[in-house]
Every structure is written in structure tokens, then in C-alpha cells.
Design a protein around this ligand. Structure first.
Ligand code: ITT
Ligand code: NA
Length: 219
């Protein structure tokens, strides 16, 4: 049984659409201070594997606002709980003039660890539609995950997804976190059903990549 390790029920709801035989484990693994999601997720997966004693998937995500040089990025959870979503939204919109969209993207890195070894075959990294996005950041992200099997005491395999959008005034009641202020193709993620959000979201893309790989290796 695969354990999806998170303290966030919103993430579990989305993951269930891809992983039916998944058990969610509410375990708060140590989030190291790092400026990239990949290493945070990899460290978390090793720690969660030791705790659960079976295959685990951890999910580290963040909102990257272009006009704020990628803030809050890997600090998104801390910033949500301190500054709050509405104020982050205002900060992002104030950073550009009123006619200019406050461009941003979400990224999600899934880290899988089962204590075993993997073939070190790099997975293609999906950054979604990169148009209008910080290419330097996308490039750094590619460098980070191109070798998707990361070493350490236990090997970990990473899967990534991203979604481009813009920061707007809050709309919608669905989703969680920054969803009400993040608009993709005219709709905020909070205005979408779980299914609709998964079809375009950073997490949906990463989960689809993971599910494909995971099913493939069970055969
Ligand atoms: P776990 O670490 O226990 O999984 P978390 O909520 O702390 O749960 P992260 O460390 O990945 O998750 O923090 C990411 C932050 O970004 C946090 O504030 C989330 O609410 C937010 N976030 C993550 N995915 C999101 C999504 O799909 N839509 C909106 N906000 C999201
Ligand atoms: Na967290």
C-alpha cells in the first residue's frame, strides 16, 4: 500500500483521483530550509519512509510570483500562515501596474521512496506551458530534477508539474490555499471542481506522471 504523506486534506482529495489504493498519512516531516522544492521533497520522502516503513509519496508545492522574483516559492506554506493569501495577492498585484497581469505559476514536486533502488533513468520534466514565465527559474528547476533519481541514504524519485496563471482578486470557494487568487485561463483554481483543477494543475500533472510510472513498474 502506498502512503501519501501530507498534513493537507486538500492535497489528499486531489491525489485520490489518481491513486485509488492510497492511504493518507498525516505526518509532518521536517521541511528543510532550501530554495528549491526538489530537495525539500526528497528529504521529506526519506524521513516519511522511515516513519511509515513502506512506500511513500510526499508532495511539496509552492506559488511563484514573477514580479516578486518567485516569492513566496518554497516558503509558500509559512507565508500563507503568517501574511495570508489575500495580502500575498495584493502584494503581487501591487508589484505590477494595473494594466499588467501579475503572472505567476504553481509548482508541485512529488517524491517517491520505497527503500529500494531505481534505475537512474531521467524522467522528462514537465513545466507546463512556460510562455511568459521566468525561464531562468524553469531552467533551474530542470537542472534540479533532470536527474530524477536523487541519492542520499535512500534513493528517491521525483515527479514535477507546473501551471501558469495570474494573481487576481479572490474568487471561488473550492480548492485550498492560494487557489482563490490564482487564475488560469480566466478561471480561478477555487472556481474549479477537483476534477477540473486536476486537469490543469501542477499537482494533477505531477500525479499523472507519477501514476503512469507507478502502474508501469507493477506490471
Ligand atoms: P504538507 O507539507 O503537509 O503536505 P502543506 O500545506 O504544508 O502540507 P506545502 O508544504 O507543499 O504543503 O506548502 C505549500 C503551500 O502552498 C501551502 O501554503 C499550500 O496551501 C499552498 N498550496 C500547495 N498546493 C496548492 C494548490 O494546489 N493550490 C493552492 N495552494 C496550494
Ligand atoms: Na508543509
Amino acid at each position: 500500500m502506498l502512503s501519501y504523506v501530507t498534513t493537507n486534506p486538500g492535497k489528499v482529495r486531489e491525489a485520490r483521483e489518481y491513486l485509488s489504493a492510497v492511504e493518507s498519512v498525516d505526518f509532518d516531516y521536517t521541511e528543510i530550509q532550501a530554495d528549491a522544492l526538489g530537495p525539500i521533497a526528497a528529504r521529506g520522502a526519506r524521513e516519511a519512509y522511515e516513519y511509515v516503513g513502506g512506500p511513500v509519496l510526499v508532495d511539496d508545492a509552492g506559488l511563484f510570483v514573477e514580479a516578486l522574483d518567485g516569492f513566496p516559492g518554497p516558503y509558500s506554506a509559512y507565508v500563507e500562515h503568517t501574511v495570508g493569501v489575500e495580502r500575498v495577492g495584493r502584494l503581487a498585484r501591487d508589484a505590477v501596474d494595473p494594466e499588467t497581469p501579475a503572472r505567476a505559476h504553481f509548482r508541485c514536486v512529488l517524491a517517491y521512496c520505497d527503500g529500494g533502488t531505481f534505475e537512474a533513468t531521467p524522467e522528462p520534466v514537465d513545466h507546463g506551458d512556460r510562455r511568459g514565465h521566468d525561464l531562468a527559474a524553469a531552467e533551474r528547476a530542470t537542472a534540479e530534477t533532470d536527474d530524477s533519481v536523487v541519492g542520499g541514504d535512500l534513493p528517491v524519485k521525483l515527479f514535477e508539474g507546473s501551471v501558469p496563471g495570474r494573481i487576481v482578486e479572490p474568487r471561488g470557494e473550492g480548492g485550498f490555499g492560494y487557489d482563490p487568487v490564482f487564475e488560469h485561463d480566466g478561471t480561478t483554481l477555487a472556481e474549479m471542481s477537483t476534477e477540473e483543477k486536476n486537469a490543469v494543475s501542477h499537482r494533477g500533472r505531477a500525479l499523472a506522471r507519477f501514476a503512469e510510472w507507478y502502474r508501469g513498474r507493477e506490471e
